[in-house]
Design a protein around this ligand. Structure first.
Ligand code: ADP
Length: 471
């Protein structure tokens, strides 16, 4: 059987009952008036009032129209001679009935229209409110997903039916029973809105609001895209800048030690016999120092580029800190023999979950710096201890220290402070930057402070590993 929504929407128990009740009441009052000897005009007014009330309370106008007609019939039946028939002897009655009907009909129509206007105004206000809310919601949305969800929710609220928003890529699967509106701005299409129940398209006003909401949605998406593109362009430019800086600094800094190595080597090869033992030894030492420096530099550079590209993969494992420290000390600058290096381990089995190779590199950089930036005979102390669930490592020296103005910049890439090493070409400003990157990649922190009475203290914190008794 075909489903007829109209028949269903016209019939309403509530409206029928209310209309009947009010007409019965009007008839009751009419009877009292008639008993009291009031004129028919008064009774007619009671019916017109009844119809007016009906038109205010019922939802469907048809009930007030029927009530206008029924009120005339009931008046005729109960109050005109001969009573309790639908006959009317008096000549003037047909006119009375007609006027009564027209009056009742007009009042009911006017009241109905008034009610409709009020309803429409309330509905328009509600829809406009939805539009305003959408604007605020979309401004708050920080991701495309959030923009789509907020828009779909608002459209659903507006239309009272299912609405789905699809991105451009997913828009190919269209359903026959749905309406589709594009989400686009400035010829850029971002997706489609799928509105269910194609049989009942939104009215013109609703459609206007739907289009405004979708326009706002597209604008919000365009804004997000612009922000993202700008962000990407900025990163790209930064990377380019970084690469250019890196290349410039590196090529310049590599040249000096390489020239020295090749110069010494060439001299030793061609005029080897002419140098005394002491000079030769000095030359070998210089070659060794320069190549060691180059090796550390290349190690650092490789790590920096891996971190910058996001390619640095940590291989963390539980490691004994005193082993990590002694491993690092084997690789530090040979000149450290001119300094006193001491190690202080507060716990015998201090375990940290780290990538040992990288933490060794951090320690090498810190100790090398302490050697580089302090005069001969200075003391360098490495201390490891446990603090709560963290492993704390300090590398202290009693050198000149770092001034407070410079401290905030010390971990920046290519930053070289005012402290110059004895051999000033060996400064690149990469070491501490790399230390910070490595420690941060481990979820730890690194900081610099003063060592009293003078000197520098670098402290880094790493997550500790519980000592397992089974191992
Ligand atoms: P580089 O040593 O190649 O210059 P770093 O990033 O390792 O680069 O260090 C940055 C700067 O911090 C150094 O140029 C130096 O001025 C300062 N610095 C680092 N360690 C110390 C230290 N132990 N004592 C004094 N100054 C230091």
């Amino acid at each position: 059987m075909k489903h007829t929504p109209d028949a269903k929407s016209v019939w309403s128990w509530r409206d029928a009952l209310l209309s009947t009740l009010i007409l019965v009441l009007a008839t009751g009052i009419g009877t009292v008036f008639s008993k009291l000897g009031f004129t028919e005009a008064n009774i007619i007014m009671v019916y017109i009032l009844g119809v007016l009330i009906i038109s205010v309370v019922v939802k469907n106008r048809i009930y007030s129209l029927i009530s206008s007609l029924v009120s005339v019939l009931v008046f005729n039946f109960f109050f005109t001679v001969p009573k309790f028939t639908f006959l009317a002897y008096h000549q003037g009655y047909p006119v009375t009935f007609l006027i009564m009907f027209i009056a009742a009909f007009l009042t009911s129509t006017l009241a109905g229209q008034l009610k409709n206007h009020a309803k429409q105004a309330a509905q328009a206000a509600y829809r406009t409110q939805i539009l305003l809310d959408t604007n605020q919601l979309l401004q708050k949305a920080a991701e495309e997903e959030a923009v789509f969800t907020a828009t779909a929710n608002q459209l659903q609220k507006l239309l009272g039916r299912e609405v789905a928003l699809r991105e451009k890529e997913q828009a190919s699967v269209l359903r026959a029973d749905c309406l589709y509106y594009p989400v686009s701005v400035n010829e850029n299409r971002y997706g489609v809105a799928e509105i269910s129940d194609k049989e009942h398209p939104p009215d013109a006003f609703e459609e206007g609001i739907v289009l405004s909401i979708l326009g706002e949605c597209a604008l919000a998406l365009e804004n997000l895209r612009n922000v993202r593109e700008k962000e990407e362009a900025k990163i790209l430019a930064q990377n380019e800048q970084l690469r250019a800086n890196l290349l410039r600094t590196i090529s310049h800094d590599l040249r000096t030690p390489l020239t020295s190595i090749s110069g010494h080597a060439s001299n030793l090869l061609t005029n080897g016999e002419e140098f005394d033992e002491k000079t030769k030894n000095q030359m070998y030492e210089d070659i060794y120092d320069d190549s060691m420096w180059l090796i550390t530099l290349v190690e650092n550079l490789l790590s920096v580029t891996r971190i910058e590209d996001g390619r640095m993969q940590l291989h963390p494992a539980p490691e004994l800190m005193d082993e990590v420290v002694s491993e690092a000390l084997q690789h530090v600058d040979r000149k450290s023999t001119e300094h006193r290096v001491t190690v202080k381990n507060s716990e015998e089995f201090l375990l940290a979950r780290i990538d040992a190779k990288l933490i060794v590199q951090v320690l090498i950089n810190l100790v090398d710096n302490a050697v580089k930036y302090t005069p001969e005979g200075s003391t360098i102390e490495i201390e490891t201890k446990r603090q709560g669930n963290q492993v704390v490592v300090c590398v202290r020296d009693d050198g000149p220290g770092i001034s407070d103005e410079i401290k905030p910049h010390i971990f920046e890439m290519f930053y070289r402070g005012t402290n110059k090493p004895a051999d000033s070409r060996r400064s690149l400003g990469l070491g501490l930057y790399l230390c910070k990157s490595i420690i941060n990649a481990h979820g730890g922190t690194i900081e610099v402070s003063d060592h009293i009475p003078h000197g520098t203290c670098f402290t880094f914190f790493l997550p500790a590993e519980e000592v397992s008794l089974h191992e």
